[in-house]
Design a binder for this molecule. Structure first.
Ligand code: ACO
Length: 332
């Protein structure tokens, strides 16, 4: 019996990218100056973080997301009439409802299609990308904005030095367009996505508030060493999954663009894959951990300065509260 193979498949191809950062950059010494009981040396040594951007009163998840999305649309040459899907990964929406994605939709002048938020904390962009890719491949949309945007500093307890030094604010966006591909790993576009969660680890990383419990937004609480241990193991597994699903090997990867939580986790993943440091995109030194925004910010930086070029293979991976974790291979 002959096997019937489709002549072609739909691929979600990157058509544009954009980024937005709050005006104010706060370095480690400035945190000490504001009364946080820490030092530049401690933060750099344990995390690789030197500075972070902190949103001002007029800067919100929606304004940052909109600015990043606009840039991505301009680069892609895509107008508001063409966008028929917006997926926004965020843990810090402007309002409990409606979804911040719908507010971005209105701000961009997009009046068709559909828009929704995805909540997977630091894995938010990988989740959002996977959801958009699914919609495009199913024919539910043709041109998608995938955004990761956060004002994570609004969740910080500035009295808790074990968390407040780690995070920052920002937004990044991609335009994805549905295009036919051959169905091989040589295609441009999102080649594979892999998502996981395990809710048993809630207490390792959470916010101590919410609309249905305290009626407050709450503050980030974290058992840092537990998160660290799980991150290294789960990320290694989910990267292997992506390579196995595509038949590619670590030596095929042109760029590792990991979630930017901690330099030590990033370096451990680079070593695991045998990638030289020049192939690993790092922004954590200047942005700190911007949760769902960190990967699209790093993608936009590396594509904007000419490092990531069309046709190259990009691996993204992230882990966050939940726990959630995931990976994707994208041929740029
Ligand atoms: N400045 C100075 N000292 C500090 C600070 C600070 N900001 N924070 C903690 N310390 C002290 C602690 O009080 C402790 O002091 P003690 O020994 O006198 O009790 C000491 O430093 C060591 O604390 P640890 O928590 O053991 O420090 P560790 O080496 O584990 O580093 C860190 C902490 C950086 C959070 C690390 O565990 C980590 O990176 N974990 C991963 C978590 C992460 O990246 N989370 C981001 C969100 S999740 C994600 O995105 C994957």
């Amino acid at each position: 019996m002959s096997v019937i193979r489709p002549a072609s498949v739909i691929r979600s191809v990157v058509a544009g990218f954009g980024a937005a950062l709050p005006r104010e950059q706060v370095d480690n010494d400035a945190l000490v100056g504001r009364g946080v009981d820490t030092s530049d040396e401690w933060i750099r040594q344990r995390t690789g973080i030197g500075a972070r951007h902190v949103a001002g009163a007029d800067e919100t998840t929606v304004t940052l997301a909109t600015a990043a999305a606009r840039q991505a649309m301009e680069r892609a040459g895509v107008g508001p009439d063409e966008v028929d899907l917006i997926v926004l990964g965020t843990t810090t929406p402007d309002d409990t409802f409606p979804a911040s994605a719908t507010r971005v939709q209105a701000a961009l002048g997009v009046h068709g299609g559909f828009a929704f938020d995805v909540q997977a904390v630091c894995s938010g962009f990988v989740y959002a990308l996977a959801m958009a890719d699914n919609c495009l491949r199913l024919g539910q949309a043709r041109t998608a904005l995938v955004i990761g945007a956060e004002t994570f500093t609004r969740l910080l307890d500035w009295e808790d030095r074990t968390t407040c030094v780690l995070f920052g604010d920002g937004a990044g966006a991609l335009v994805l367009r549905a295009e036919p591909g051959a169905g091989t790993a040589a295609d441009r576009g999102v080649l594979t996505t892999h998502l996981h969660s395990d809710g048993r680890h809630r207490d390792a990383l959470y916010v101590d508030g919410g609309p249905s419990t305290t009626g407050t937004v709450g503050h980030v609480r974290m058992k840092g060493q537990e998160v660290f241990r799980h991150a290294v193991n789960r990320l290694a597994e989910v990267v292997d999954e992506a390579l196995a699903a595509t038949g590619l090997s670590a030596s095929d990867i042109d760029w590792l663009v990991p979630h930017q939580a901690n330099r030590r986790i990033i370096d451990a993943m680079g070593r695991k894959l045998g990638l030289p440091a020049e192939k690993v995109v790092v922004t954590v030194d200047r942005h700190a951990n911007t949760s769902a925004a960190s990967i699209p910010l790093a993608l936009a930086e590396a594509a904007g300065d000419g490092r990531i070029r069309p046709g190259q293979l990009v691996l993204i991976e992230a882990m966050g509260g939940g726990f959630t974790w995931g990976s994707s291979l994208i041929r740029w």
